[in-house]
Design a protein around this ligand. Structure first.
Ligand SMILES: *[C@@H]1O[C@H](CO)[C@@H](O)[C@H](O)[C@H]1NC(C)=O
Ligand SMILES: *[C@@H]1O[C@H](CO)[C@@H](O)[C@H](O)[C@H]1NC(C)=O
Ligand SMILES: *[C@@H]1O[C@H](CO)[C@@H](O)[C@H](O)[C@H]1NC(C)=O
Length: 295
């Protein structure tokens, strides 16, 4: 009896992920005329479409920022000739020396591969780009993109598979994201000057409007209501909550063997750019956290 109760609690700790109601948790930040949705008030308008045309892109953001947690959404990226389009899903603080965790999906001409670029900013310093190709067609169906953030590490996840980790490397002199609450943001915009094949392929406006579709928003995180920075009490509460949350407990405190294998698989098959190996860019001084970026 006791044992089954413990097991039950443990599995509840591991699997609970909170569904989010789009209009309760988010608002439209720009390009309102290019945001469309389907569903009903009861189902929370489950499908959100962001569009980009020659007048504007569009985007949305969470009403509250969060300190630690798991956040994800399912996205079906712009199909066909998506060259020049950038669909983004990221988290970002409002400090001057901001923190940011980025997924950027760089479109391509029909039949050529999208790039998924990720980046991490801590205390206003980024320059940590990694770029990978997908192992599936991200325009054919919805796939889940998520960020798990706790006091030990940050995982970038695609369909639950880790594609990138950022460890707490304060011991190596690298600031960690540990006090700035982050908003959850997404947008679709024109990135033609740099996005596709180094900016060589412009956007083809005859294909407009470009559409990215979203569904299944999940937010299981510690919300800060005194936005954008939070009160000291709120921040302390979130820093404490991480220890009793599923996202701040085993198995999420270090990479599991499966995650190590997944990262090695990404590294050998899908990575096309890694700042850690771009020696010239950093004057032949590898950024310190790179020592732990790949298992
Ligand atoms: C933008 O697209 C619309 C619809 O295709 C077109 O009528 C208009 O001329 C375009 N505007 C510009 C500035 O290209
Ligand atoms: C687009 O396709 C080209 C040719 O296959 C490839 O080199 C490039 O990495 C692809 N992705 C982007 C975003 O340019
Ligand atoms: C690169 O390193 C060399 C040798 O340590 C140094 O002289 C130079 O100033 C550095 N350049 C930059 C841009 O940091």
């Amino acid at each position: 009896m006791k044992r089954s109760l413990v097991l039950l609690c443990f599995s509840a700790l591991v699997v609970s992920v909170a569904a989010s109601d789009f209009w309760r948790d988010f608002y439209i930040t720009f390009g309102g005329q290019n945001v469309h949705y389907s569903g009903s008030p009861e189902s929370g308008y489950e499908n959100i479409q962001l569009q980009l045309d020659n007048s504007t892109g569009s985007g949305f953001q969470s009403k509250n920022p969060y300190l630690y947690g798991y956040q994800s959404m399912k996205i079906k990226l712009v199909g066909g000739n998506s060259a020049g389009t950038v669909t983004s899903f990221y988290m970002r603080s409002k400090y001057t020396n901001w923190c940011e965790l980025d997924f950027e999906f760089l479109g391509n001409v029909s039949g050529q591969p999208y790039i998924l670029q990720t980046n991490v900013f801590s205390e206003g310093v980024g320059n940590r780009e990694q770029r990978i190709y997908f192992w599936f067609d991200p325009t054919a169906d919805y796939h889940e993109y998520g960020i798990l953030w706790n006091h030990n590490l940050i995982l970038f996840l695609v369909d639950g598979k880790v594609i990138r980790v950022f460890h707490d490397t304060r011991d190596l002199g690298v600031p960690y994201l540990d006090y700035q609450p982050l908003y959850l943001v997404s947008s679709l915009w024109d990135g033609s000057p740099w996005c596709t094949q180094g900016g060589r392929i412009p956007i083809d406006w005859t294909q407009a409007p470009f559409t990215a579709e979203y569904t299944d928003f999940q937010i299981d995180a510690c919300a800060i209501y005194n936005a954008p920075y939070g009160t000291q009490d709120e921040l302390t509460a979130c820093s404490n909550q991480v220890y009793s949350s599923w996202y701040g407990n085993e198995p999420n405190l270090a990479l599991t063997q499966t995650q190590i294998d997944d990262l090695r698989w990404i590294k050998s098959n899908y990575i096309i750019y890694d700042y850690c190996t771009d020696l010239e860019r950093f004057n032949y001084t590898t950024p310190p956290e790179c020592a732990r970026n790949w298992p």
